[in-house]
Design a protein around this ligand. Structure first.
Ligand SMILES: Nc1nc2c(ncn2[C@@H]2O[C@H](COP(=O)(O)OP(=O)(O)OP(=O)(O)O)[C@@H](O)[C@H]2O)c(=O)[nH]1
Ligand SMILES: [Mg+2]
Length: 401
């Protein structure tokens, strides 16, 4: 079985927006949820799933080991991190400060849960629905995350200055080494320096604006953000979602009702309904009380209107749209599409679409990467070219020395 480190997704936002509800709906973990700010203090970590409708298990009988299949639909695990609420000025220590953001260092993508219904102010206190503008939340959150990154970069700036100016080292290299822990790689450092016009500017001359611009670009390249316009079950939520869409036409914005998803998943766990995460419908299969029936009817209307609760859609958007990952299925026996024990399509890996088969081999194990000779597309029997990028749904056999 392949034990690849899982994709991490950080769940961020101001207090009371519904982060923990989103997290609980995706992971079914029992975590604290309440309509008061700062309910979550220590981060919650759990496993959620992205949904792959066009997986090979639709037509082939699979024996999944590192993922799961429900009615021909594949679910691949991802790690979710639900952190404390962020308030304006957190980077300077307001609210719970930004210490907890350190838990997001390794996450390559974030989901920003926004209270689209405008029923909480910028600190998460309850206000009349529709009175707080969710656009403000998007502005401040991105700024806070960027300032957090800027503060990390500035911490030992004198060392960067020394290295670059006195040791005559390449600034791209020095910064890449320093920022590796934040998941900011060489390519991103280079691009961010270039687009901030800083490739030639000596580090000792960097001003406030330079730090911010560089951090902001490096962040958007290395930690893209998907917006979950949450609480769309409330009438004001729909308005807020529309406003977000109009304001940010280039951002990934998914309408969600974390509360509806949580209710459905819990009802399914109890055997009350038949429902798979991401479905657009559910079926009542158990005995429901009149109260439960009323709640489920409302949820059925919501699904009809929006297509789904949006929670799985937001996770999928993070992995497949923001990160541009693809799902590949490594096998050992290409004819039976199985491992040595005969398990058909035992593994599913989520990897960047820029990966070649050799990169996939390295992702599975350094040793396999080093022994890599070639790879075969199991379905067509064709050898992949050495520089060929993997594609979504590829079943591949890695041939190693
Ligand atoms: N109507 C509605 N309410 C929601 C939804 N999602 C969450 N809530 C409610 O919003 C309140 C806050 O939810 P939490 O999940 O605790 O919010 P949080 O962002 O984790 O808050 P902190 O931990 O304090 O930062 C709770 O009363 C939830 O029931 C939703 O989709 N619709
Ligand atoms: Mg919380």
């Amino acid at each position: 079985m392949v034990t690849l480190s899982r994709v991490q997704i950080g769940i961020v936002g101001k207090p009371n927006a519904g982060k923990s509800t989103f997290f609980a709906a995706a992971t079914l973990k029992d975590v604290k949820i309440s309509p008061t700010p700062f309910t979550t203090i220590d981060p919650n970590i759990g496993i959620g799933y992205v949904r792959i409708d066009d997986c090979p298990c639709r037509s082939i009988r699979c024996n999944p080991r590192s993922y799961s299949v429900v009615e021909g639909v594949c679910y691949a695990p991802v790690e979710l991190i639900d952190v404390a609420g962020l308030v304006p000025g957190a980077w300077q220590g307001r609210g719970l400060g930004n210490q907890f953001l350190d838990h997001l260092r390794r996450a390559p993508v974030l989901i920003h849960v926004v209270d689209a219904s405008g029923s909480t102010d910028e600190e998460g206190r309850l206000v009349k629905p529709g009175t707080h503008d969710p656009v403000k939340d998007v502005e401040f959150l991105e700024r806070e995350v960027d300032l957090w990154i800027a503060s990390i970069i500035r911490k030992d700036w004198d060392k960067v200055v020394r290295f670059v100016e006195f040791s005559k080292k390449d600034i791209v290299e020095v910064l890449s080494e320093r920022l590796a822990g934040l998941g900011i790689g060489r390519v991103q450092v280079e691009k961010a320096l270039e687009s901030s016009d800083l490739l030639k500017k000596p580090p000792s001359k960097w001003g406030e604006e330079d730090f911010y611009k560089f951090s902001s670009t490096a962040r958007s390249l290395s930690k893209p953000i998907v917006i979950a316009a949450n609480k769309i079950d409330l009438p004001e939520g729909e308005e807020g979602y529309k406003r977000l869409k109009e304001t940010y036409s280039h951002k990934l914005i998914i309408p969600t009702s974390a509360e509806a998803e949580l209710a459905l998943r819990r009802a399914a766990a109890k055997g009350l309904v038949k429902y798979k995460p991401g479905d657009g419908t559910f079926e009542l299969v158990g005995e429901a009380t009149p109260q439960q029936k009323a709640v489920l009817e409302k949820i059925a209307d919501l699904l009809k209107k929006w297509g789904s609760t949006g929670v799985t859609r937001a996770l999928n958007a993070a992995v497949f749209d923001a990160l541009q990952y693809v799902a590949v299925y490594p096998v050992e026996d290409e004819r039976r599409m199985s491992d040595k024990q005969g398990n058909v399509l035992p593994d599913l890996l989520l990897v960047p679409k820029t990966y070649t088969a050799r990169d996939v081999a390295y992702a599975i194990h350094t040793d396999l990467g080093e022994r890599f000779v070639t790879a075969i597309d199991a379905r067509s029997g064709r050898r992949l070219a050495s520089d060929e990028q993997v594609t979504h749904g590829l079943v591949l056999k890695i041939v190693a020395r």
